[in-house]
Ligand binder design. Sequence first.
Ligand SMILES: NC(=O)c1ccc[n+]([C@@H]2O[C@H](COP(=O)([O-])OP(=O)(O)OC[C@H]3O[C@@H](n4cnc5c(N)ncnc54)[C@H](OP(=O)(O)O)[C@@H]3O)[C@@H](O)[C@H]2O)c1
Length: 159
Amino acid sequence: MRPDCTHLITGGLGAVGLEAARHLARLGARRLVLVGRSGLPPRSSWPTVTDHSPRSAIDVVTELERLGVTVRALSLHITDARAARVLTDPEALGMPPIRGIVHAAGTFQGQLVPLPQPRSMSVLSGSRCSANRVRSTALASDGSTSQTELCSASLVADR
Ligand SMILES: NC(=O)c1ccc[n+]([C@@H]2O[C@H](COP(=O)([O-])OP(=O)(O)OC[C@H]3O[C@@H](n4cnc5c(N)ncnc54)[C@H](OP(=O)(O)O)[C@@H]3O)[C@@H](O)[C@H]2O)c1
């Protein structure tokens, strides 16, 4: 990992994203942008946050900062192209240019792939950035939701 550039983790405040953040830091990354829809509560409230999800994120961000990693937690919907423009503007971001991306933003809805409800597919496709990619990977699935999501993640990463 180049310590002089920034790495972006979409879904960086979720379970997979936080593990990815730790992993990148272990590999030498020193500037991380963690993107989620909710973001983090104000820093002044961190000591008293007890809800599981923000607490986990706060604990990992604090741990990374202690290791010397600069962490910026952003609240934005990754499919909102206008809002996501901040990610391509180092000045607005206040960080060096992003040179690596881990795409871990996603939602989980357990159901069989051959019978998706239109609404859940649209949520899935939004978080995976492209409905076409999700549809094509669904065709390659053996029927397991998680396998379809992993396929779609791999497909996005491969392009
Ligand atoms: N955990 C596992 O063992 C596992 C295994 C296989 C596959 N996966 C898949 O990997 C993905 C992440 O899993 P996870 O366990 O880390 O889930 P998670 O804990 O719910 O985290 C998902 C993160 O993605 C963010 N997110 C979702 N949609 C977004 C969007 N459109 N724009 C920006 N941020 C968005 C969420 O933000 P908010 O919370 O603010 O909405 C959350 O921070 C899911 O698709 C899941 O199905 C997970």
